[in-house]
Design a protein around this ligand. Structure first.
Ligand code: 5GP
Ligand code: MG
Ligand code: MG
Length: 183
């Protein structure tokens, strides 16, 4: 059922807009320090990373090139298979440059593991990962994210770019959906 206010569909708010902005600010400060004086390209993974990219990039207060990739994971709807197809490739040539992949969540890690090795094969100076959320219990690949907002339990969350059937990406908070939404 369509509700009047999509916020009403959340059964629990895990992170409020204010908490998210604060954490993004801390991550940006760390990133600014680590990449001081270096040429930096941040790569957002469409479509979930749109909000993190918008806020993280503006919290950096330094020059940064913003580029995007869209990938699709073969396999059944909600489970990634690890076989990834590029739907939209980078516009930037990243050879010799520092690359920071920006994503909203690491679940199994299959997508980012594939993406990291794909980008690494293009001769960049470095490739690191920044993710707002990570589910340690769901990880299937040993994947090193240098910047992580929060580790969360293995449950399905929406908001701040994260969708359920392409909805809820535009929620300002991150939370879990009421069971009634799924039925
Ligand atoms: P992975 O390859 O790490 O398993 O998952 C990558 C993608 O699965 C994420 O970028 C995201 O689009 C989706 N995903 C994983 N966990 C969640 C979740 O809890 N909520 C939502 N909305 N999407 C998720
Ligand atoms: Mg994503
Ligand atoms: Mg999705």
């Amino acid at each position: 059922m369509d509700s009047a206010d999509i916020r009403d569909d959340l059964v629990e708010v895990l992170f409020t807009e204010a908490q998210i902005q604060e954490r993004i600010g801390e991550m940006a400060a760390e990133i600014s320090r680590d990449y001081e004086g270096k040429d930096l390209v941040i790569v957002g993974v469409l479509r979930g990373a749109v909000m993190v990219m918008a806020d993280l990039s503006r919290a950096l207060h330094r020059h940064v090139e913003m580029d995007w990739m869209a990938v699709s994971s073969y396999g059944s709807g909600t489970k990634s298979s690890g076989v990834v197809r590029i739907l939209k490739d980078l516009d930037a040539d990243i050879s010799g440059r520092h690359v920071l992949i920006v994503d909203e969540i690491i679940d199994t890690g299959l997508t980012l593991s594939w993406l990291t090795s794909n980008l690494s094969s293009r001769g960049p100076a470095s490739v690191e990962i920044a993710t707002l959320l990570r589910k340690p219990e769901a990880l299937q690949m040993p994947i090193e994210a240098k910047y992580v907002g929060w580790d969360i339990p293995n449950e399905f969350v929406v908001g701040y770019g994260l969708d359920y059937r392409e909805r809820y990406r535009n929620l300002r908070d991150i939370g879990t959906l009421a069971p009634s939404v799924y039925s």
